[in-house]
Structures are given as C-alpha cells and as structure tokens.
Design a protein around this ligand. Structure first.
Ligand code: TYC
Length: 101
C-alpha cells in the first residue's frame, strides 16, 4: 500500500455520547426559615410540597443534600436562580453544583 492510501472505516460507534451531569446541592444554614427553603425548592425545581419538605429536612439534618441532576448549564442556572431568590429576601440559603461521579 502506498503511504497516502486511505483506510475505509468499517466499524460503527454504537455508543451514544452523553454530556457530563452535575448535581445541584442544597446547603444547610442556621438562618433561612424552613418554609422558605421549601418554597424555593417548589418554585425552582418543580417539587411537590412533600418532596420539597423531605429534601429540606435532609439538608437540615445532614448538612447538605442532592436536589437534582442536570447538564452543567442547566445545573448552574438553577443553582444561581434559587440562590438569588434567597438573596432577594436577605437569607443566606445556598445552592451549589458538583460533578456527578
Ligand atoms: N436549618 C434551617 C433552620 O433550622 C432550615 C434549613 C434547611 C436551611 C435546609 C437551609 O438547606 C437548608 N431554620
């Protein structure tokens, strides 16, 4: 074969590439009222009262809790919007993001 011969690709890549996912984390603090945390979770993460209350109490008890998992752009946007909602009311409530392992 000459140096410039091209090889024909015979194998097909059957795996579909998936974007990396990020967890939105809810961080506990001593000041934000519980019902406000629940309100933010319902508004930004479309949770029911029940789901939001469970997530809130998990963060309250353990220090932090996974709220949901998204692609990076969506995770950043949700965490920022939820945190800003709290800043607007003068609460230190914090949402962060972490890569999912
Ligand atoms: N610890 C807060 C309180 O007792 C409630 C709270 C729960 C705040 C979860 C933040 O991520 C949080 N008022």
């Amino acid at each position: 074969m000459a140096d410039n011969d091209t090889k024909v690709k015979t194998r097909t890549n059957l795996k579909t590439a998936r974007p990396p996912l990020y967890k939105v984390m809810l961080v506990n603090d001593d000041f934000t009222p519980r019902d406000f945390v629940v309100r933010v979770l319902k508004a930004e993460f479309r949770m029911t009262e029940d789901q939001a209350a469970r997530v809130m109490i998990t963060a309250h008890t353990k220090g932090s809790c996974v709220v949901a998992v998204f692609t990076r752009e969506i995770a950043e946007e949700k965490a920022t919007r939820a945190t800003d909602m709290a800043r607007g009311e003068g609460f230190p409530l914090l949402f962060t993001i972490e890569p999912e392992t």
